[in-house]
Write a protein that binds this ligand. Structure first.
Ligand SMILES: [Zn+2]
Length: 290
């Protein structure tokens, strides 16, 4: 999956650090991140290289520490206006700003993951400059990744939307879906957000019932995945249909919901999404994913 970057060393913990001469600076403009592209030898994928601090020192004010990758410390700098954005792009050869979807297939993989995680964090920082309770400016906490209101003591933690991905099985059949009105046209699994006051297992049962009319049993946890493309944390579950396997699709959510026999599932392992891994896991079995 996209977050599986071992043996690269990833440290997401927050420390109140200042950039040094060998730090990496991630420049964000709205919901885009500056990358420097090199032609790749294989697969025609662009390579990402982040600019080092020394080259761009005069732009680095109010840099916020994000995370480290292979001991390289990475910082966030927000570009606020179009003219500075253009000046920055013009001053670094081969650079341009890219949106989140670019990072799904960007190479090398560990930089793609750092990029999309940076965009998730950037979105949270960008949309939480003022306290939602009293309207005063928020400040970075010194101990953990949290924004703090000195006026009313409000604490704002990073926004991560919890959601489930559900593989519903009926013997040798898997329930595959397609979502209505989305760019993503491949087969998906039943999925949905967890409500306040609900466990993941309850989300699984509710979403399957709402989207397909099916009742499920034997709900088992599979794996989880940070999915920064939508600010999510995804929890994957398998379960079995209980009783009547006839689907009553919710046409407001889905365009397709159908049982597909294991041998008829058309899927290739892409090492990116939990959904893809779970469909491959059902089709090919454990130990065949790489
Ligand atoms: Zn406040």
């Amino acid at each position: 999956m996209i977050q599986d970057i071992f043996p690269h060393k990833w440290d997401i913990a927050y420390y109140p650090k200042e950039p040094k001469a060998d730090s990496f600076i991630l420049f964000f403009y709205q919901d885009q991140l500056l990358v420097i592209k090199e032609a790749a030898e294989e697969q025609h994928l662009p390579k990402i290289i982040y600019p080092v601090y020394a080259k761009v020192k005069h732009w680095v004010r109010n840099a916020t520490y994000l995370f480290s990758l292979d001991e390289k410390e990475m910082f966030r700098v927000e570009i606020l206006d179009e003219s500075t954005k253009q000046e920055l792009e013009g001053s670094i050869a081969g650079s341009c700003f890219e949106e989140r979807r670019f990072f799904r297939t960007a190479a090398p993989k560990e930089y793609g993951f750092a990029g999309i995680t940076g965009l998730h964090l950037n979105g949270w920082y960008r949309k939480n400059k003022f306290c939602g309770a009293c309207g005063k400016p928020l400040e970075n906490d010194q101990k953990e990744r949290m924004l703090y209101c000195p006026a009313c003591k409000n604490m704002v933690f990073p926004r991560i939307n919890p959601a489930v991905i559900v593989g519903v099985t009926d013997g040798s059949r898997l329930l595959l879906t397609k979502y209505r009105g989305r760019d993503y046209k491949n087969y998906a699994l039943v999925a949905g957000f967890t409500e306040i006051g609900e466990s993941f297992e309850e989300t699984v049962a509710r979403e399957v019932l709402e989207e397909t009319g099916l009742t499920v049993k034997n709900i088992r946890y599979y794996k989880s995945q940070p999915w920064a493309f939508a600010d999510d944390i995804l929890a994957g579950y398998f379960c079995e249909v209980e009783g009547n396997a006839e689907i009553t699709m919710d046409p407001g959510e889905l365009s397709v919901a159908e049982w597909v026999e294991r041998e008829d599932i058309e899927v290739e392992y892409d090492d990116t999404s939990l959904t893809n891994e779970m469909i491959c896991y059902f089709k090919y079995g454990k130990g065949t994913l790489r």
